[in-house]
Design a protein around this ligand. Structure first.
Ligand SMILES: Cc1ncc(COP(=O)(O)O)c(C=O)c1O
Length: 300
């Protein structure tokens, strides 16, 4: 689904290296290390009712992702938090998506970039639903990707690094060309891993099953959903899941900051129902992100 307005010419401001610049002026040079060698890390955060859900965790992960790529963001987590809050306020949105991104600059051009300065930008826009809302309620259709999540000895898989999204874009484009909404990627061993922007869960006999995040992002939403399920007394089993097992699962959903909790009706040849536990966790997630936001606003 293409947005009507291109992302390089929108209204408002972007926080760029410590100052606000008009949205259309937030530019980098073509000889930027981050563009050529994927030396970039980013976050995806959501604000509900004017408050960014689990902002500190996201911004700490941003700093950690940079550390895993061998660079240090020249701002503290407190400064990044404040910048996210200020950007949200300047944009004037209550419900919005927040995108901090850090990258290596232009001082050196080549694989080595030891002297390059590190930049940080934060943009905020409205992104109501990651998937088509009607499809979302019925459960989205997901294909099985040809590309696999790499061995952690091949890539820093715990980092939310721009380069790792090359695999996601290839997989998502291939799925969309076949009419699917997303793709489920296996990992280098052939085990079920994650979707292109979300983690995956399955339901069987009242229990939740989800892959152990040992070579892909252990999502903040994933951990929130695990806590919510356990609060309901639901057993959560983190383990290696092989694709053949998908035939035996009754329900499936994916979750992530952008995707929130989204039911899945099919993955390649396997079918799932949008069942009670999936619906209950969608509601629990909504209730967790919303009232907390309101309470914090009231207390501020
Ligand atoms: C590849 C991938 N996996 C998982 C997730 C879920 O992470 P989180 O819940 O922290 O947003 C994301 C979300 O950005 C993602 O891009």
């Amino acid at each position: 689904m293409a947005d009507a307005q291109p992302f390089d010419s929108r209204d408002g401001v972007i926080w760029f290296d410590g100052a606000f610049v008009p949205w259309s002026d937030a530019k980098v040079h073509v000889l930027t290390h981050g563009l050529h060698y994927a030396s970039g890390v980013f976050e995806g955060e959501r604000a509900y009712g004017g408050v960014i859900f689990k902002m500190r965790e996201h911004n700490q992960r941003l700093i950690e992702s940079a550390r895993l790529l061998g660079f240090e963001i020249p701002f503290t987590v407190e400064q990044i938090d404040r910048a996210c809050v200020e950007t949200l306020a300047r944009q004037g949105f209550e419900d919005a998506y927040v995108r901090p991104i850090a990258w290596r600059g232009s001082e050196m051009m080549g694989v080595a970039a030891q002297q390059n300065t590190i930049h940080l930008a934060i943009a905020v826009w409205q992104w109501p639903s990651y998937f088509d809302p009607a499809q979302r309620l019925k459960g989205i259709r997901v294909d099985l990707a040809e590309w696999r999540r790499p061995d952690p000895r091949t890539a820093p898989s715990r980092a939310k690094a721009t380069g790792l999204y090359m695999i996601c874009t290839l997989s998502k484009h291939a799925a969309e060309q076949k009419g699917y909404a997303d793709a489920l990627m296996l990992d280098w061993r052939g085990q079920v891993a994650e979707c292109t922007g979300a983690n995956v869960f399955f339901v069987k006999d009242g229990a939740l099953h989800t892959p152990t995040p040992d070579c892909f992002l252990d999502g903040i939403t994933r951990r929130t959903v695990i806590d919510l399920a356990r609060k309901r007394g639901v057993e959560v089993i983190e383990r290696a899941i092989m694709p053949e097992e998908l035939a035996g699962f009754e329900q499936c959903f994916i979750c992530g900051t952008a995707a929130e909790v989204t039911p899945v009706s099919e993955i390649a040849q396997w079918r799932f129902t949008v069942g009670d536990l999936t619906k209950a966790l969608m509601e629990d997630y909504e209730a967790t992100v919303r009232p907390a936001a309101k309470a914090e606003v009231a207390a501020a």
